[in-house]
Design a binder for this molecule. Structure first.
Ligand code: PMP
Length: 393
């Protein structure tokens, strides 16, 4: 039977970038012990106090259909958080709750792209971006943020790609590079969006994982609130990846239509998950800090290890739970390096190429295992790179 182009073409016919990850998982299933530094999943479970709030809400009866746009309480809580972050007046009417950030990305592109519209995104990128854009019937167009610019996107490159584009998707703090966009970069991006009358979709799911500098949302920039859709999530900030709770914040007119879309797609997010999210978001920043601290610590451990060698370069990661390592001195592609490291030492890292051509010759390391094992694995990775580099020299 025929299946639609829309669904069969989501990956664009190429690899979905997860080959190495799947091979590592297959090795584990066959009983091999593999150190996984692949995906962005915390090594701690959701905090018991959040689970208690969830349990209480479910036992209290919040198990039926929840309000499709999100509960008033959660929408108000998210609005207050975004208003405090941006200084821009934000009410519940500017917020729609979604089943995680991914659903928010899909819905946001659905809201702003017509069939065949070009949607820009920055390369390197989170693996689902081009597929999300294809999934809504739009055409993904990458704009490279180059290693030699420390993976900061340049406004002139976006400008050159923007002719006829409906939207631009950015992500700061960035997965996979850990880079944070400063006010300068964001202001230039905002100008380009205004010049080309583009929507800006700002994926801010790592906004609580900031190790250097500070997080700035483009919603805060002059005249940007009306053309920006902010994507947020409970996943990374509260170790709630499995709970599937996120949001879109944007102009009320867009949110109104997004609610209609949700009525016809997700039909909302479970009420007990939303209640637990309200609980989590109203605990002050202690809980968020507790979730972020292990990554901050491991980043410092990594900086220490990497400072003592010169075969692996570290892109100065300012945020998020990843390190982007430059392995070009080994003469290998990121893919070849990751494959060889998995074979030789049973350490799984993601090839940079999985995140786009701009990350070729790099690997992404998720800082998602316990400190000592993390330090040992990273030291092994460096020794491995050193051996390979000396063979190349
Ligand atoms: N955006 C980025 C940049 C991500 O890394 C992820 C998850 N890894 C998501 C969005 C989606 O997260 P979730 O759907 O769990 O909120």
């Amino acid at each position: 039977m025929h299946l639609s182009q829309r669904i069969t073409n989501i990956t664009g016919g190429g690899s979905d970038g997860w080959d190495l990850f799947n091979r590592a998982r297959a090795m584990i299933a066959n009983g091999t012990s593999v150190t996984e530094l692949t995906i962005g999943e915390h090594d701690i479970p959701t905090h018991p106090s959040i689970l208690e709030a969830m349990h209480k809400a479910a036992l209290g009866g919040h198990t039926g259909y929840a309000a499709v746009p999100g509960t008033d309480e959660l929408r108000e809580t998210v609005a207050a958080r975004i208003q405090a972050q941006t200084g821009v007046a934000t009410t519940a009417a500017n917020v729609m709750i979604t089943p995680g950030g991914q659903a928010a990305l899909f819905a946001s592109h659905t809201a702003v792209c017509d069939d065949g519209d070009v949607a820009l995104y920055i390369d390197p990128y989170y693996a689902t971006y081009p597929g999300t854009i294809r999934g809504v019937g739009a055409v993904p167009r990458p704009v490279a943020a180059r290693a030699e610019n420390a993976f900061q996107p340049r406004a002139e490159d976006i400008d050159a790609a923007a002719v006829g584009a409906a939207s631009l998707l950015i992500n700061s703090p960035n997965n996979p590079t850990g880079v944070i966009y400063g006010e300068d970069t964001l202001s230039r991006i905002a100008e380009v969006c205004q010049r080309h009358d583009m929507w800006l979709i700002s994926d801010e799911v790592y906004d609580t994982q900031v190790w250097e500098g500070s997080h700035l949302s483009p919603r805060a920039l002059p005249d940007m609130a009306d053309r920006t859709l902010v994507v947020g999530s409970m996943s990374k900030s509260f170790a709630m990846t499995g709970s599937r709770c996120g949001w879109i914040v944007g102009p009320e007119s867009a949110i109104d239509h997004l609610i209609t879309l949700a009525i016809h797609t997700t039909y909302g997010v479970p009420g007990y998950i939303q209640d637990a999210s309200v609980f989590a978001l109203t605990q002050g920043d202690a809980l968020e800090r507790e979730v972020a601290t292990p990554f901050r610590r491991r980043r410092a451990i990594a900086q220490d290890i990497l400072a003592r060698q010169n075969s692996v370069g570290l892109i100065p990661a300012q945020g998020a739970m990843y390190l982007m390592l430059d392995v070009r001195a080994t003469g290998m592609t990121g893919e070849a390096f990751a494959e060889a490291l998995l074979d030789a030492h049973h350490i799984a890292v993601m090839p940079g190429e999985s995140f786009g051509a701009a990350a070729a010759g790099h690997v992404r390391v998720a800082m998602t295992i316990e400190d000592r094992a993390f330090a040992t694995s990273l030291a092994t990775l460096c020794e491995f790179a050193e051996t390979r580099a000396s063979q190349t020299a």
